[in-house]
Design a protein around this ligand. Structure first.
Ligand code: FES
Ligand code: FES
Length: 152
């Protein structure tokens, strides 16, 4: 069975069952491996992508739900907000091992796109589902604030 997915502005016909997790389709069928597998049960955020601009856990999103929506991955997130976030991440050197960071960047970008000037509480609420085993949380918060300032 083929399911059409629009990823980063391009259509892909993915030959897989409709309940296949979007993460599998992205990594194994479309070969976009920037989105990471962490827990597989929507508990860590490593697999975060945007569906019509909203952050979702792709490990727990079936492809038939994602079909017809605009899917954006770390490889294709290129808005001004996304650029400011990635620049702040570089400047502050947020990443340690890096494994969780594409998910962190996708969540941070979605946050700033809906709330350009988030408080600490807003940041905590938006980022709480993104786990970092290297505990880069303080730098993540600084980078989000820095990107907000740059965009403001
Ligand atoms: S791999 Fe999807 S939330 Fe952990
Ligand atoms: S940077 Fe290592 S898990 Fe977050």
């Amino acid at each position: 069975m083929s399911v059409t997915l629009n990823v980063n502005g391009q259509n892909y016909a993915v030959d897989a069952e409709p309940d296949t997790p979007l993460l599998w389709a992205l990594r194994d069928h479309i070969e976009l491996t920037g989105t990471k597998f962490g827990c597989g049960i929507a508990m860590c955020g490593a697999c975060t992508v945007h569906l019509d601009g909203q952050p979702v856990r792709s490990c727990s999103t079936p492809i038939n739900y994602a079909s017809g929506k605009k899917i954006t991955t770390i490889e294709g997130v290129k808005s001004n907000t996304a650029k400011a976030v990635q620049q702040a991440w570089d400047e502050i050197q947020v990443a340690q091992c890096g494994y969780c960071q594409s998910g962190q960047i996708m969540s941070a970008t979605a946050l700033l796109e809906s709330n350009p000037n988030p408080s600490d509480a807003d940041i905590d609420a938006a980022m709480q589902g993104n786990v970092c085993r290297c505990a880069t949380y303080v730098r993540i918060r600084s980078a989000i604030k820095s990107a907000a300032k740059e965009l403001g």
